[in-house]
Design a protein around this ligand. Sequence first.
Ligand code: IDP
Ligand code: MG
Length: 149
Amino acid sequence: MEQTYIMIKPDAVQRGLIGEIVARIEKRGLKISAMRMNLMSEESAKEHYREHAEKPFFKSLIDYVTSGPSVSMVVEGKDAIAIMRAVNGATDPVNATPGTIRGDFAIETGRNVVHASDSPESASREISIHFKDAEIINYTKIDEVCLYE
Ligand code: IDP
Ligand code: MG
């Protein structure tokens, strides 16, 4: 099983989309292993997005993700990283397919509603920024017998 870090960004929280986004993750069959709402610190945001530190949009990105409460999750399942990238849709919502979260709920790259880790290395790095080991719950869901061959 793979784990990925998911953030429901502050724009989505303000727009009342928490339930809609969580429902899509649950209905897909992925398991939520940790979930918390908080105001992301500037320090955590800068560490999370450090690969973009030299980009012209870095400051506005940090301001955006620290502008209000966001919801952080650890989501688990077979191929969870690739599945969640597909569930979220393309970074620029103009290119996001309808049926994806960004394709249904976003207009601009700078307000694109959700984050998902892009690789196993990013997932473990991002999970460790936002969660302590003890906050990630290891449990079995009864639907796993139906979801997995
Ligand atoms: P991702 O979120 O799909 O992994 P990345 O390229 O890693 O996309 O960019 C991280 C985040 O930075 C994006 O989700 C978006 O919020 C923001 N971002 C990326 N490119 C731009 C841009 O050109 N203008 C404004 N914000 C951007
Ligand atoms: Mg990224």
